[in-house]
Design a protein around this ligand. Structure first.
Ligand code: GPP
Ligand code: MG
Length: 298
């Protein structure tokens, strides 16, 4: 494993091929980075514009039916605000599972996207947060948001690979993947989290996983993989890889029922991308679960 000196500022490396090659080691990683570098979907940007928290994950909880009422001119705006509220509620539930975090602790957001969960963590705990992404555009975007909020002294984003971040060993009280584990090998990922977490530190993921009970990847799950260029893991893979890397589950929460309303509302909005029906089918047929797993580093 390479070690690099710890970056002290928000920094997307200049787009030069040497630094890119260090971070993006395979053709697959390059393809994933390209997808996210080019991604400018209104379903993410317009939701983030609501309050400057830009998420790349889905939502949980019930929505207010009143958002579908009222004049057509304002309906979209209301639905967008409601979808965004549900996405922020999801990030809040992830943060709820980190355990007690003090301002002196450090947190790590692995696969941080445009940075929303990191900013929420800093606002809640007052501590330093490092986010890593293999998308330079996302790192730039997230860094700009942190500067706009005046939190860039504590919230830093790095153009790094979450499988080998170069961040210090044993320095983090908490770390998480908010819907980014489906891009990587879980053994490599959890080995890197275990390295970075202090003993007794907490790892949390919210993820979509296929259901071992119903067998291999369903058609709906395959469509989700194809849409995002990802590889959804079976539920069992998480527990095997956590156990093999000294991460012991303390909480497992099935959020499937809580996320279905989000997809139902999203399917009714003008921002629907076409992936809503595969998600609804996969969840309803039971071939796919939306799961939170929290584990302690031993
Ligand atoms: C993207 O969020 C999330 C993923 C690519 C991970 C896949 C998640 C699973 C649970 C399988 P996004 O906010 O960028 O997606 P969208 O553009 O559809 O809102
Ligand atoms: Mg989204």
């Amino acid at each position: 494993m390479t070690t690099t000196s710890e970056p002290s500022t928000n920094s997307a490396s200049p787009a030069n091929s040497a630094s890119s090659a260090r971070v993006l080691r395979t053709a697959y990683q390059q393809a994933v980075a390209q997808y996210w570098n080019n991604e400018k979907d209104p379903v993410n940007l317009r939701l983030g514009d609501v309050d400057g928290l830009y998420h790349h994950h889905y939502g949980i909880g019930d929505w207010d039916p009143a958002v579908l009422e009222g004049p057509e001119e304002t309906r979209d705006k209301q639905i967008i605000a409601e979808l965004h509220r549900l996405e922020s509620a999801q990030a809040d539930v992830l943060l709820d599972h980190l355990g007690p975090i003090a301002p002196a602790h450090r947190l790590l957001d692995a696969g941080c996207g445009r940075g929303g969960t990191s900013v929420m963590a800093n606002a809640r705990f007052g501590c330093e947060v490092d986010g890593v992404s293999i998308s330079e555009s996302q790192v730039d975007f997230a860094g700009t948001q942190a500067r706009k909020r005046g939190v860039d002294d504590k919230v830093r984003y790095h153009f790094r690979n979450m499988l080998d971040t170069g961040l210090p060993t044993g320095a983090f009280q908490g770390s998480w993947n908010n819907e980014s584990t489906m891009y990587v090998d879980l053994h490599e990922l959890f080995a890197e989290h275990a390295r970075q977490l202090t003993r007794g530190g907490r790892y949390v993921t919210i993820t979509g996983c296929s259901n071992d009970v119903t067998g291999l990847r369903s058609k709906a799950v395959s469509r989700i993989d194809e849409h995002y260029t990802c590889n959804i893991h079976p539920r069992s893979a998480y527990f095997k890889a956590l156990a093999a890397n000294g991460l012991v589950p303390i909480n497992v929460v099935d959020l499937t029922a809580a996320t279905i309303p989000y997809w139902e509302l999203r399917a009714k909005s003008t921002l629907a991308t076409g992936i809503e029906e595969p998600f609804l089918t996969a969840y309803r047929e039971g071939s796919f679960h939306y799961l939170l797993i929290a584990a302690d580093r031993i």
